[in-house]
Design a protein around this ligand. Structure first.
Ligand SMILES: NC(=O)c1ccc[n+]([C@@H]2O[C@H](COP(=O)([O-])OP(=O)(O)OC[C@H]3O[C@@H](n4cnc5c(N)ncnc54)[C@H](OP(=O)(O)O)[C@@H]3O)[C@@H](O)[C@H]2O)c1
Length: 402
């Protein structure tokens, strides 16, 4: 059987590394043809030695030089920057795994879909900022998107292949997106106001990259996933509910109009959705000891999310309802704010303040092209940073605590 050629964007990250673990376990089915990373040249060099790709890409020319010197006499082609990401997403591969973090994933997604590739999609920020553009590309080209995010893989499985996308809203009552609740699920509002970086990075059930771990602590991750689900399944925000489910065993569910609820359950490990996304529509035996022992889980609990303690989820719901350019603003302001929080320049509650102020000052448009999306994204990043500088971080912390 011919092996499928796979390119992994973000191979040095949490999803990227787990994708390579899955690919290593299925060497008869897949061949790694391309790898892209940001700054972690030493790890990328190790991955190149192990997987022997033909093309690689890194963040910039300086890192490309660093990689060359680690590899000594590389026989592979090394690219860099946006152009490198776009090129390796379009060249001779069958599947592009997009596990980049943030809006940087948009251009390579467009490149892969324009060249008719299957994109196994973890990079939710791209669907948040450019859902309509991506949907148009899917109609015009032969490319396809298979979700890789555990919740969307769950929904994909619950829907099965019987319900045609585009008519889903007629057949389903609602999608139930589950969330672990993050590290602050049982914290009071005043405890959350004093949360530190190390508290936010202690996720109770998942081990992930830093940005998504902070997004899980604010519940913005679930907000982004609402907008991601709207784009993937062509469904309205009024048909999506979020349930807090601390065990993280039920990854999401679909309630149909006839009262039947179909849920997907499984171990809390991203290798399962990664394997599903790579093989879909086939199913292969799991090569890892990750079967879920429901008897030891014992009970499954569900709670309503608390918008007062987790206002970022409310912001995302509002933005999902408003549409237009608001999701681009939500995402860009969130990326800026989370980055500042990770650098310990702002407090945890400042994240929401920065996003809501940036949203309040936005004059919406309906972006029609990639250029318009990227222009708004750029402008909002500048504005969010200017807002932080103009008022000073201590002031922001104080409005949050009043
Ligand atoms: N982690 C999870 O369990 C999980 C679950 C569901 C969905 N997701 C989604 O999957 C995506 C990735 O998450 P993650 O947790 O894997 O993030 P991560 O660990 O931070 O990894 C991000 C990857 O993107 C690369 N990257 C960053 N900037 C880049 C640039 N300018 N050019 C090229 N590469 C760049 C990083 O490279 P360097 O590290 O080399 O700089 C790294 O390989 C996110 O959208 C997240 O929401 C993650």
């Amino acid at each position: 059987m011919k092996r499928k050629k796979v390119t992994v964007l973000g191979s040095t990250g949490s999803i990227g590394r787990q994708t390579l673990d899955v690919l290593s376990a299925f060497k008869d089915d897949f061949e790694v043809i391309g790898l892209a990373a940001g700054k972690n040249a030493p790890l990328l060099a190790e991955q190149i030695q192990e997987h022997n790709p033909r093309f690689v890409s890194v963040k910039d020319a300086f890192l490309a030089q660093e990689l060359k010197s680690i590899l000594k006499n590389p026989v592979i082609e090394i690219f860099w920057g946006d152009i490198g990401l776009e090129f390796i997403s379009s060249c001779s591969c069958d599947i592009v795994v997009n596990s980049l973090v943030g809006a940087i994933g948009l251009k390579p997604t467009i490149s892969a879909l324009s060249h008719g590739k299957r994109v196994a999609f973890a990079n939710k920020e791209t669907l948040v900022i450019a859902g309509s553009l991506i949907k148009d590309l899917l109609v015009k080209n032969k490319g396809e998107i298979i979700p890789l995010d555990s919740e969307h893989v769950a929904i994909h499985q619950c829907l099965g292949r019987d319900v045609p996308v585009g008519r889903l809203h007629e057949k389903i009552r609602r999608i139930i997106l589950t969330a672990s609740g993050g590290p602050f699920r049982s914290w009071t509002k005043s405890q959350i106001q004093n949360a530190k970086k190390e508290d936010a990075l202690k996720h109770p059930t998942w081990v992930m990259g830093q940005k998504i771990t902070v997004d899980s602590a604010t519940l913005m991750n679930k907000g982004l996933e609402i907008i991601e689900a709207m784009a993937l399944f062509d469904i309205g925000v009024n048909q999506i509910d979020v349930f807090i489910h601390p065990q993280s065993i039920m990854h999401s569910a679909v309630e149909f109009i006839d009262g039947n609820i179909i849920a997907q359950l499984g171990a809390t490990d991203m290798k399962l959705p990664i394997q599903y996304s790579l093989f879909y529509p086939e199913r292969k035996e799991l090569p890892f000891n990750l079967f879920c022992d429901l008897l030891s889980v014992g009970k499954l609990e569900f709670e309503k999310p608390d918008f007062e303690r987790f206002p970022c989820l409310k912001l995302a719901y509002d933005v999902a309802k408003k549409g237009q350019s608001y999701p681009i603003v939500l995402n860009a302001a969130n990326e800026v704010a989370v980055d500042l929080f990770l650098k310990e320049q702002i407090s945890f509650v400042d994240i929401e303040k920065i996003i809501s102020r940036t949203l309040e000052n936005h004059n919406p448009i309906t972006p029609k092209s990639l250029e318009e999306i990227l222009d708004i994204d750029r402008e909002i990043r500048i504005r969010a940073n200017e807002f932080v500088k103009s008022i000073g971080t201590q002031f922001i912390v104080s409005i949050a605590t009043n």
